[in-house]
Design a protein around this ligand. Structure first.
Ligand code: ADP
Length: 288
């Protein structure tokens, strides 16, 4: 339904996401990477808020620029973090924002759909818990009947039991999703395929279960093993050092425990063990 093809994105002429190809397919797609890897930038492009420096975003068989904008805005809805709710607005008003006057009677039904009592429509955000606020944001996105939700860290601000219930809710919706997260437990549940980004490049992509079971890129491996602490900050996949991405060759090589002379040449994505991986040493990573 939405597809990035060779997309490079940046700010003020400086690219931060390089040559990404990504299909949003059925069963949920995860976008994983540490802070600054380009996840939100890519999400902005998928929402039509950022124009690619090169490459295209396809919406069906049309580029986003040429697509019917009304249909697109109905079909593809962002789910922002709950902090983005207007504190002065009543919950019912926030949920109804994308609805016409004649459709506002649907607010109680939408609140019920996300597991909230319709009475909460009269409250303001500060009178709700974090989990309830996140449900409101989801209800608001669902109001226009989207086919695809783009979710940016939908549960990272919530405590663990509340997170689990929000994930249950998301899993129960028959809406496609692109999920941005640093939390591998979340993609394991909600995304059939995942893309791992490092320094604005896809370094590994394929079935989520395979990526988690048998990572083929040292960065995926490091991310998986940097287990997030309950309630703690996002994990950082350190690898060998905390060096910045390399400017030439493989961007991960200064952090990579397996870096070799070959890694001074940038690795292209290639097919290995049922996924795409950009690593000269993928076979060694898989072999343990
Ligand atoms: P992530 O979502 O993975 O944390 P981002 O997409 O937010 O990553 O950021 C990717 C890179 O782009 C970072 O280096 C960040 O500093 C830069 N960046 C993000 N937003 C802007 C902006 N509005 N202007 C300039 N640089 C930006």
């Amino acid at each position: 339904m939405l597809r990035a093809e060779g997309v490079t994105l940046g700010y003020g002429g400086t690219p931060v996401v390089h040559d990404v190809t990504l299909d949003i397919t059925e069963g949920g797609v995860g976008l994983i990477g540490e802070s600054g890897s380009g996840k939100t930038t890519l999400a902005r492009a998928f929402l039509g808020l950022l124009t690619p420096m090169s490459g295209n975003i396809w919406y069906g068989d049309q580029t986003l620029k040429k697509a019917d904008q009304r249909r697109f805005r109905k079909d593809v809805q962002p789910v922002f973090q709950a902090e983005a709710l207007d504190p002065r607005m009543r919950i019912g008003g926030s949920v109804a924002e994308g609805l016409s006057r004649g459709e506002r009677h649907r607010v109680p039904e939408l609140l019920r759909q996300v597991g909230l009592a319709p009475e909460l429509a009269e409250r303001r955000p500060h009178q709700l818990s974090g989990g309830q606020r996140q449900r409101v944001v989801i209800a608001r996105a669902l109001a226009v009947g989207p086919r695809l939700l783009i979710l940016d860290e939908p549960t990272s601000a919530l405590d663990v039991t509340v997170q689990a219930r929000i994930l249950d809710l998301l899993a129960s919706l028959d809406t496609e999703r692109l999920l941005i997260t640093h939390n591998l437990a979340v993609v394991g549940r909600l995304c059939r395929t995942s893309h791992v980004l490092f320094a604005g490049r896809v370094v590994e992509a394929g079935p989520t279960a395979e990526l988690l079971d048998r990572p083929a890129h040292p960065y995926t491996l490091a991310l998986r093993d940097a287990v997030p602490k309950l309630g703690g900050p996002p994990p950082v996949a350190r690898g060998r050092t905390e060096a910045r991405p390399a400017e030439t060759g493989c961007p991960f090589r200064l952090r990579c425990p397996l870096a070799a002379a070959a890694c001074e040449r940038a690795p292209a994505l290639r097919e290995v063990a049922g996924r795409q991986v950009a690593c000269h040493r993928a076979e060694d990573v898989l072999g343990g």
